[in-house]
Ligand binder design. Structure first.
Ligand SMILES: C[S@@+](CC[C@H](N)C(=O)[O-])C[C@H]1O[C@@H](n2cnc3c(N)ncnc32)[C@H](O)[C@@H]1O
Length: 323
């Protein structure tokens, strides 16, 4: 039986120190093409902008996934069972509500890289679900070796939840490594994984380059973040945002394109961009069911079943740890 809990969930802060961020920027700027980890997009301002993207008419993923969860949560709960729900990359935690009601978990644990946003999200969710004990963990989940030892997690079956097609930010090898890591973090428990599916080029490019310019502002905010957190001197006006569907790789590539030949300094180190050179801010890989099943198998998971919306735009896949 659960009891009434306090209004503000506890936060465990494991955010990587700025020295680690600097090393990751150095690694990323040496790549060809240059690319930074997608989590760099999510400081407090980035998280706020992402929430605005979710409300744009061209970006239907969030609305569709929430509707699917509302219509199927009871069925998911019957199939998957319960325990403590562990959500990876929880963001504003606006999707888990139907699962909290249908699964009646012993606790809810939200992991996210964006600390202030995570505090606000878990506090808002706690107010809506006062009987579910909640905990926030600020971390890079792609580097986490174990969940912290905490009474809400200890000795309890773990049910993973990874919505938003966030796995699409990773290359195939990285996605396999991440799913293997989640398998360890969930300690034998199942995973409910939300993945977006391929669609027409025009629809996908519009979704990631909305007419209101919020996606562009979200990408440009990454440069502002590097300027303030790592003493860089990017001029965002000298980089143009672009989102392109790359069909062969089944992914949208989002990038900032250098408008001219220019040299930028990051923590006193110089980096030269040629005119037209991209800085990749994130990828969004789109998975057919076949791709999802294959990926799960290669990462040590058994694919059990999927739930999808009426138009079959996206799926929530139920995975169980393979023996
Ligand atoms: C695409 S948003 C999805 C948010 C929410 N789950 C949804 O479905 O709307 C990705 C979320 O994951 C977080 N995130 C991205 N990379 C991360 C990482 N490596 N470790 C932890 N959190 C990460 C971001 O801060 C952001 O809240």
């Amino acid at each position: 039986m659960t009891t009434q809990t306090s209004a503000r969930p506890q936060l465990i802060d494991l955010h990587p120190p700025s020295a680690d961020m600097h090393r990751l920027v150095q690694d990323g700027l040496q790549r060809n093409p240059r690319q930074l980890p997608a989590w760099f997009l999510y400081d407090n301002e980035g998280s706020r902008l992402f929430d605005q993207i979710c409300q744009q008419p061209e970006y239907s993923l969030t609305r569709t996934e929430i509707a699917l969860l509302k219509s199927s949560a009871a069925d998911m709960a019957r199939a998957i069972g319960s325990g403590v729900i562990v959500e990876f990359g929880a963001g504003s935690a606006r999707k888990v509500g139907p699962l909290l009601e249908a699964m009646r978990p012993s606790a809810y644990v939200a992991l996210d890289i964006s600390a202030d946003h995570l505090v606000q999200s878990t506090a808002a969710l706690q107010a809506q679900h006062p009987r579910v004990p909640m905990l926030g963990i600020c971390c890079d989940h792609s580097q986490l070796d174990a969940l912290p030892d905490h009474p809400l997690i200890r000795g309890t079956r773990r049910v993973g939840f990874f919505p938003g097609s966030s796995l699409g930010n990773f290359t195939r090898d990285e996605a396999i490594a991440l799913l293997r890591r989640f398998r360890r973090l969930l300690d034998g428990g199942p995973l409910l994984l939300g993945l977006d599916q391929p669609k027409s080029k025009s629809r996908l490019e519009a979704a990631y380059n909305d007419a209101a310019g919020i996606s562009a502002a979200f990408a440009h905010n990454l440069l502002q973040r590097l300027n303030s957190d790592l003493s860089a001197d990017f001029n965002p006006d000298q980089f143009r945002y672009e989102a392109v569907w790359q069909e062969t790789e089944s992914r949208v590539r989002m990038a900032l394109i250098s408008e001219r030949h220019q040299t930028v300094s990051v923590a006193a180190e110089s980096w030269t961009f040629s005119a037209g050179e991209p800085l990749v801010t994130e990828y969004s890989v789109k998975y057919t069911t076949e791709m999802a099943r294959e990926l799960a198998k290669d990462a040590g998971w058994c694919w059990c079943r999927r739930w999808h919306d009426p138009a079959d735009d996206l799926s929530l896949h139920w995975l169980e740890a393979a023996d």
